[in-house]
Design a protein. Structure first.
Length: 152
């Protein structure tokens, strides 16, 4: 695996640099294998990047965006990561595969979502919360003990 560190001036530059990177990778993946699969965690930091990405040259009809984490809240709720993801993407016609957090049986919904995941993702974008958490995984949360399924 190749790693590269790039230092930029401010949050706006981070958003623009990340959007350009994602757009380039999306084009390359679509050209190579016909689809770009992108997993994204929630939080505030990706919103600006997605807003910039929506204006990049991206083959949106071949892009699938999967949620990494989500809050159990009604559709459109400002606490939902999905609400902000869709707002940030605007009219960009990416296929967004939302976590089914409003189903009556959350365990069955998580299992179904797990079955919908691709064998591998082209890109996974995780963010860090102020307390160091990522993907809604916080210290001592019981979900950290789950090892027999992809989604819990």
């Amino acid at each position: 695996m190749h790693h590269e560190l790039e230092v930029v001036a401010d949050p706006d530059a981070v958003a623009g640099t990340a959007a350009a990177f994602v757009a380039r990778l999306a084009r390359a993946c679509v050209q190579a294998h016909g689809r770009f699969t992108f997993a994204v965690s929630g939080g505030h930091t990706p919103w600006a990047m997605f807003a910039r990405l929506a204006h990049e040259h991206v083959p949106w009809e071949h892009v699938a965006v999967f949620q990494v984490d989500e809050r159990v809240a009604p559709d459109g709720d400002p606490d939902r990561n999905l609400t902000h993801l869709r707002e940030s993407l605007g009219a960009a016609p990416a296929e967004v595969i939302a976590m089914p957090v409003n189903d009556a049986d959350l365990d069955a919904a998580a299992a179904a979502y797990g079955r919908s995941l691709p064998e591998r993702f082209d890109l996974v974008r995780l963010c860090l919360g102020p307390d160091g958490h990522t993907a809604s995984l916080v210290p001592r949360d019981p979900v950290l003990e789950v090892s027999d399924r992809l989604v819990a």
